[in-house]
Design a binder for this molecule. Structure first.
Ligand SMILES: [Zn+2]
Ligand SMILES: [Zn+2]
Length: 155
């Protein structure tokens, strides 16, 4: 289980001159309190305020962007209107999101291994695929071509 000290050590390793202000620490603590959750900037602001600290949403937004720049936090559009933020700690996970019914299907990180490799080799680009969302159509919602074929078979 990841804790605040581990996160801060990781942050300092990436950015030796990182200034860990009390506000930045509070945002990290809020994210750590629900490490598996997807939190909008508004959620994080509420979580920080629940700790009795007054931080406005624009300050929280700037802190989340700062944490994102150092690879501590991911920012993802899950099609919910507001981007969600997650701590990048442990095994990454990703999502398939159905545009028709809104179903969210979790995807294992191993599926992105070859994509990472290709981007590094072919584009000399080091991708941060930390919390990826792919939009499309789920099995339930896709057009019923297959079923029509079955019906034809039976007639
Ligand atoms: Zn997720
Ligand atoms: Zn669907």
């Amino acid at each position: 289980m990841i804790d605040l000290d581990t996160l801060l050590a990781d942050l300092r390793r990436r950015n030796p001159s990182a200034r860990i202000t009390a506000q930045r620490r509070l945002v990290l603590e809020a994210l750590l309190s629900d490490i598996k959750g997807h939190h909008t900037c508004e959620d994080v602001t509420r979580m920080v305020q629940a700790r009795g600290v007054t931080l406005d949403q624009s300050t929280v937004y700037r802190i989340l962007q700062w944490l994102k720049a150092y690879g501590v936090v991911s920012q993802t559009d899950l099609g919910m209107g507001s981007d969600v933020y997650c701590l990048v700690a442990g095994e990454p996970h990703h999502h398939l999101i159905c545009l028709a019914c809104g179903a969210i299907i979790d995807v294992d990180d191993t599926i992105f291994a070859s994509l990472r490799r290709t981007l590094k080799l072919a584009y000399r680009f080091d991708p941060r695929i930390e919390h990826f969302a792919i939009f499309g159509t789920c099995e339930k919602c896709k057009p019923h071509d297959d079923e029509d074929e079955h019906l034809n078979d039976m007639s």
